[in-house]
Design a protein around this ligand. Structure first.
Ligand code: NAP
Length: 283
């Protein structure tokens, strides 16, 4: 029997996960189909119940269902519990477990693409929404040396910084503008954009949270925005002489971690990355 995998969201048409996950399944000769399902918020419980069927390996979960699926699962792992969000569900003989592979994907991309380990380093996180929360948790877990969170809405940055401080990390909330941002950027080893600035079809497609002058040439700049592949921030960072890392790498590595949980096999990351890049270029 062909096994079943997929992703749920609302809407879901934008997701490139089906393309790179199916490429990985086909590459390894696994007889499974990865689909995209648009699930309305009121249908989440019924949909998740159906995942207990034999032949269903599991699913990915994206916006806006990452919190909503939690009450319908048998267990949720520690990372997903702390994040308050599940992006992967695994079906093991009718028992459903929720995981969050975003933090793992973020860390693996930094390490495997740029050779960057956050331990003891200075990080500047731009934004304080769902993606920033996952990034902050991952940086705290890795023992980042100092963390600044800059956000347009300062109170949200304050809440994230509290999490980092509870985790024993020296950290500071600041507004996403002004001299505090200049100083935080100038001393950062790692800058991560977790805002939607620069995102295609987002609120400000040409926007960038930092100017070229604010980006130090010694930093690694990771933009989580993956559409477009080269965002305005990454363009400026490259011009400033900084190392750059596009959001497609985190996207693929979080998917690779999910793939490994469902199949028990090492994910063919280069195959997934190539399929994801091709999918982005055709959009
Ligand atoms: P979210 O929860 O809606 O958070 C959005 C963030 O962007 C908030 O910090 C918000 O600030 C800020 N923002 C929005 N418009 C702004 C503007 N005009 N000026 C300044 N700041 C603005 O979104 P999310 O889920 O965290 O996603 C953020 C980005 O990360 C998206 O582009 C998403 O595609 C990307 N992402 C990528 C991956 C990956 O695997 N590469 C994974 C997850 C997310 P306020 O708090 O002030 O509203």
């Amino acid at each position: 029997m062909k096994s079943s995998l997929g992703i749920i969201g609302f809407p879901i048409g934008h997701s490139i996960s089906p393309l790179f996950q199916q490429a990985a399944l086909d590459h390894l000769g696994i007889d499974a189909a990865y689909q995209a399902w648009e699930v309305k918020p009121q249908e989440v419980g019924e949909f998740v119940a159906g995942l207990r069927e034999p032949g269903v390996l599991g699913i990915n979960v994206t916006v806006p269902h990452k919190e909503a699926v939690i009450p319908y699962l048998d267990e949720v792992d520690q990372w997903a519990t702390t994040a308050g969000a599940v992006n992967t569900i695994v079906n093991r003989e009718g028992r459903l477990t929720g995981y969050n592979t975003d933090g793992l994907g973020f860390l693996r991309a930094l390490l495997e693409v740029n050779g960057f380990a956050p331990q003891g380093r200075r990080a500047l996180v731009l934004g304080a929404g769902g993606a920033a929360r996952g990034v902050v948790l991952a940086l705290v877990r890795e023992g980042v040396g100092h963390l600044t969170v800059a956000n347009r809405t300062l109170s949200r940055a304050e809440r994230l910084v509290q999490i980092a401080q509870d985790g024993g990390v020296n950290s500071l909330p600041i507004p996403l503008a002004g001299s505090a941002l200049d100083r935080a950027a100038a001393s950062a080893d790692l800058i991560v954009n977790c805002t939607t600035l620069g995102m295609a079809h987002g609120p400000d497609e040409q926007g960038t949270p930092l100017s070229r002058q604010q980006i130090p040439p010694t930093a690694l700049v990771n933009d989580l925005v993956y559409n477009p592949k080269e965002t305005p921030l990454l363009r400026l960072a490259a011009q400033a002489g900084a190392q750059v890392l596009g959001g497609i790498h985190m996207l693929v590595y979080q998917g690779a971690a999910s793939f490994e949980m469902w199949t028990g096999q090492p994910a063919p990351v280069p195959v997934m990355l190539e399929a994801a890049s091709r999918a982005m270029e055709s959009r």
